[in-house]
Ligand binder design. Structure first.
Ligand code: 523
Length: 149
């Protein structure tokens, strides 16, 4: 399998995340998860996800991370395009991140691993949590897809 289109040419490692919503077409709620570590990120809220391992595709990594961290099976929807080549989002110096919309098809999101709280944010409340700095512009981009609160 040719994975090269997915790999950043920047030298940054690839991370994937999901904007888990209640409905792909007309979302009214977005899932936020609060990190437990490392200390510099602990307490910050993020779109759940994690690093792509060498032996998996980005979408395989996304499904694995959501299963491990939140205990859910998701259906993945359209990407949330970022400004970098490859449509990823910059995460500091070391990482860049691909993001997709997703809906839960099995299970109830819970803080199983790497988080101590998950929260559904309604339209109009998308900025009620302290998003990680890297996630903030992504949520700002997502806001346009949400209906009025
Ligand atoms: N971010 C980030 N936002 C965000 C994610 C999923 C990740 O800023 N929505 C950053 C946090 C870390 C780096 O990306 O600096 C790697 O993500 P991490 O730690 O969630 O990756 P994991 O879960 O694969 O890490 P391990 O604990 O090593 O398995």
């Amino acid at each position: 399998m040719d994975l090269s289109p997915h790999l950043p040419s920047s030298g940054r490692a690839l991370v994937v995340a999901a904007a888990v919503v209640d409905d792909l077409r007309t979302p009214t709620r977005l899932l936020a998860a609060r990190r437990t570590g490392p200390s510099v990120l602990a307490g910050g809220w993020e779109l759940p996800g994690g690093k792509v391992e060498l032996d998996e595709t980005p979408l395989e990594a996304l499904h694995r991370e959501l299963r491990e961290e939140l205990g859910v099976v998701v259906e993945v929807g359209p990407p949330v395009d970022g400004p970098l080549p490859g449509r990823s989002w910059l995460l500091g110096e070391r990482y860049e991140m691909l993001v997709w919309l997703a809906v839960v098809v099995e299970g109830e999101p819970a803080a199983i691993e790497d988080h101590d709280e998950v929260r559904w944010l309604g339209a109009g409340h998308l900025f009620d949590v302290a998003w990680l700095p890297a996630d903030l512009p992504i949520v700002e981009r997502l806001e346009a897809r949400f209906g009025a609160s």
